[in-house]
Design a protein around this ligand. Structure first.
Ligand code: ADP
Ligand code: MG
Length: 263
């Protein structure tokens, strides 16, 4: 994929370090994520990818022992500024997890709208119908569920549930969508459906995806950041750049070894 880089990054992490208690798990990680791009975070388990992703929408604050240094700018303004509301960051920066987590007993229709309540957004019935259709269409699920919107979310297959979760995150119209190994629990066909959805969404939402699947990183991302935590040291970004460069001509031997499965 190619991409024209824009001046202001949708998300810009500047020298982010993170600790759980006394243990430092990320060391001065800086990464700019251009608007309308897909960034893949790659690297071995335990190097801090999920921690970094959670820092990008203040989710790591849910862990009492977690602390942080550095800045995270969303279109130029720091999401950690004292005056800034937590709900604002969460509304503007949606998140999809490895295990699909729709509300299983809630209808497909209500699942899509579930995020609106959390942010206090009200909508008329007619607006809701249109929003549900729009979000399910963007998530690539509309045609499969349009005739059974009142069925419970839990009745869907795993891949459909994950697309329902994507639709749910889109309903509050986020600027950024963070995805932590969204396909790891899915079969290859569902994985390709999600990848297709990612490619289509990237035009309007900036996407950051953690993946262990190098083919997936190569297929969906414009840029890659390779994380590594060597011998008990905190995680760092060894190298970040255009996906083609990271795969075909990385500047660090460790990047080449990792992307070609020699780790
Ligand atoms: P990755 O997603 O790359 O596998 P993580 O971000 O999950 O890595 O973890 C990075 C490091 O932080 C690991 O050593 C992990 O054990 C530690 N860690 C993650 N979450 C917590 C937590 N809630 N409390 C304490 N340590 C944690
Ligand atoms: Mg992880």
């Amino acid at each position: 994929m190619t991409l024209t880089m824009t001046a202001v990054a949708a998300l810009d992490a500047r020298s982010v370090s993170a600790w759980f208690g006394d243990r430092k798990v990320l060391d001065r990680v800086s990464l700019a994520m251009p608007a309308g791009s897909v960034t893949a975070l790659i690297g071995p388990s335990g190097c801090g990818k999920s921690t970094f992703l959670r820092i990008l929408n203040r989710m790591h604050e849910l862990v009492p022992s977690a602390s942080l240094a550095g800045e995270v700018l969303l279109f130029g303004s720091d999401i950690y500024d004292a005056g800034r509301k937590l709900t604002e960051a969460r509304r503007e920066i949606g998140m999809v997890f490895q295990k699909p987590n729709p509300f299983p007993a809630m209808s497909i229709y209500d699942n899509v709208l579930a995020g609106l309540k959390l942010t206090g957004t009200r909508a008329r019935r007619s607006e809701k119908d249109a929003l549900v259709e729009e979000c399910l269409t963007k998530a690539g699920l509309w045609n499969e569920v349009r005739d059974r919107l009142r069925q419970p979310g839990g009745a869907l297959s795993g891949g459909q549930q994950q697309r329902l979760c994507i639709a749910r995150s889109l309903a509050v119209r986020p600027k950024v969508l963070l995805m932590d190994e969204p396909c790891s629990a899915l079969d290859p066909t569902s994985t390709r459906r999600i990848e297709q959805t990612i490619a289509e969404l990237a035009h309007e939402v900036t996407i950051v995806i953690v993946t262990h699947n190098m083919q997936q990183a190569a297929r969906v991302s414009h840029q890659c950041a390779f994380f590594l935590a060597e011998q008990g040291t905190p995680g760092v970004i060894v190298e970040a750049g255009p996906t083609k460069t990271i795969f075909d001509a990385p500047s660090d031997q460790r990047t080449a070894d990792y992307v070609h499965g020699r780790f």
